[in-house]
Design a protein around this ligand. Structure first.
Ligand code: ZN
Length: 483
């Protein structure tokens, strides 16, 4: 051990991406900066030595350290360096650039100018990311619990690659809205998503090859950015909650395989390549997405286009064995499902659903069923408060962090900013009381008029409202000095 200590440096890292985790690397004291950089990229699980990748190591106080033997002095487990790796947007984001290619109807745009703009936006985002280490309650501090045992083993059908085998207990848990998504590593979430596709019968029905499904899910995962909130774990949460709602309310028994594939694909793809800045920003800052989509739901349009760009590739096309007419219906359903997640459409969708509920909901009516699928996706998208409080609360911090970063950027750029994103005005309790009271409860109560057994979904949301109201009162009392 003494010999190792004298010739090697051991560095403890916190990898700051969609699934923050600890890593340890060692390098020889004679290592070149290139060798250290390669080690850091490996720690961040980024293969292929991407030339444009920006590798940044900083202290917890946000001080950047040179990537060299002298810069990265040995540290301790309690005082980890924070590793941020940002792949060059133009190298990484072939899905996004495919969306912007002339092939999909942007023939007259000056692509090089657009790419330069994207690059500068990327640099701005990078600057904002640096602040993360200084903020309190960031998601990286969440310590996952390990409540459910997992068994990983080689499945004889896929001798060449490991396959997760989940216990009956885990599978039962996966079908509930109380599932804790913080416990799982990225590969485990991928395996759980694969399980949902198989269990809902779409793999058999649509003759999806398992290796293609895995590559599809991997491409979807890679298509999510390391935002505080809109990241791959959020994608997993939404898909799992949709799955939990299907089983809890037993609506799964009334849906066709095509309905189930629409729900699965729309949920996994619904926030693909989210830049961490919302639609209002896209429009106000006149971003490329706003230009391409003429200010109409630019983000949701983009998420959907990225999903279908992944599906265009033969290696990741899980729909290659679906007959054309069925494919057209499924594509239409997925597009409607993803576009429904734009909160600007919330009131219209709710009043449409209310009309169907008033008339007596009919599963046999294609329009009504489509509306129901959109509503289920919406319910899942905003469902964090359905989960137990210790699972739900970190998501509020994540969302506020993303909002605050946006408003900070808007203030600096002289753009309009929303009061609900302003770190000087928003309190966690105030934000949640409004959102739960005005958005969640009316949404879930309306769904309870159409779906059976919605109580396991509504009850925790009402408890969360009571909790945040109490917290809000305490904050008010503290602000007025208890008078
Ligand atoms: Zn979402």
């Amino acid at each position: 051990m003494a010999a190792t200590a004298s010739t090697c440096s051991r560095i403890y890292l916190l990898i700051n991406d969609g699934s923050p985790r600890n890593e340890t690397i060692e390098f020889a004291k004679s290592a070149s900066p290139e060798e250290i950089r390669a080690g850091l990229l490996a720690a961040a699980e980024i293969g292929g030595e991407p030339k444009g990748a920006i590798v940044k190591v900083s202290t917890k106080d946000g001080v950047l350290l040179p990537v060299s033997v002298d810069g990265l002095t040995p540290n301790s487990e309690d005082n980890r360096y924070i590793l941020n790796v940002k792949k060059d947007s133009l190298i990484k984001n072939d899905a996004a650039s495919a969306v912007m290619s002339p092939e999909i109807g942007t023939a007259n745009l000056d692509l090089s100018a657009l790419k330069a703009t994207l690059k500068s936006l990327e640099a701005d985002l990078d600057g904002l990311t640096e602040k993360k280490g200084q903020l309190a309650n960031i998601p990286t501090q969440h310590t996952p619990k390990r409540a459910v045992k997992r068994v990983s083993q080689i499945d004889p059908r896929y001798m060449s690659q490991p396959k997760y085998v989940f216990t009956d207990e885990t599978i039962k848990y996966l079908k509930t809205p109380t599932f804790d998504p913080w416990q799982w590593q990225e590969n485990e979430m991928l395996a759980l998503l694969e399980f949902m596709f198989v269990e809902l019968g779409v793999v058999d029905e649509f003759k999806i090859d398992i290796p293609v499904l895995r590559k599809f899910l991997q491409a979807v995962k890679d298509g999510y950015n390391a935002n505080p909130f809109h990241n791959f774990r959020h994608c997993f949460c939404v898909t799992q909650m949709m799955y939990g709602i299907l089983h809890t309310t037993k609506v799964v028994e009334k849906l066709t395989p095509a309905d189930k594939l629409i729900l699965l694909a729309a949920c996994v793809g619904h926030d693909l390549d989210h830049p961490g800045f919302n639609n209002a920003y896209q429009v106000n800052a006149r971003t490329d997405l706003a230009i391409i989509y003429n200010d109409v739901s630019p983000l949701e349009m983009h998420h959907c286009a990225v999903l279908f760009t992944i599906l265009k590739h033969p290696d990741t096309n899980i729909m290659s064995n679906i007959p054309d007419s069925t494919y057209r219906d499924i594509r239409k359903g997925i597009i409607r499902g993803i576009l429904a997640t734009d909160m600007a459409k919330h009131a219209d969708l709710l009043s449409q659903m209310k009309k169907y509920a008033d008339e007596g909901f009919k599963y046999s009516d294609a329009e009504q069923k489509s509306c129901l699928l959109q509503m289920i996706i919406k319910c899942a998208d905003v469902s964090n408060e359905v989960r137990p409080p210790d699972v739900a609360e970190p998501w509020v911090d994540c969302l506020l962090e993303e909002f605050f970063e946006q408003a900070d950027h808007e203030k600096a750029a002289g753009l309009p900013f929303a009061p609900f994103m302003d770190r000087e005005k928003v309190t966690k309790a105030g934000a949640q009381v409004g959102f739960i009271g005005f958005v969640l409860i009316p949404l879930y109560e309306l769904m309870a008029r159409v779906l059976d057994n919605m109580d396991p979904i509504i009850t925790p949301v009402k408890q969360a409202l009571a909790y945040y109201k109490e917290l809000q009162e305490k904050e008010k009392a503290a602000a007025t000095g208890g008078k």
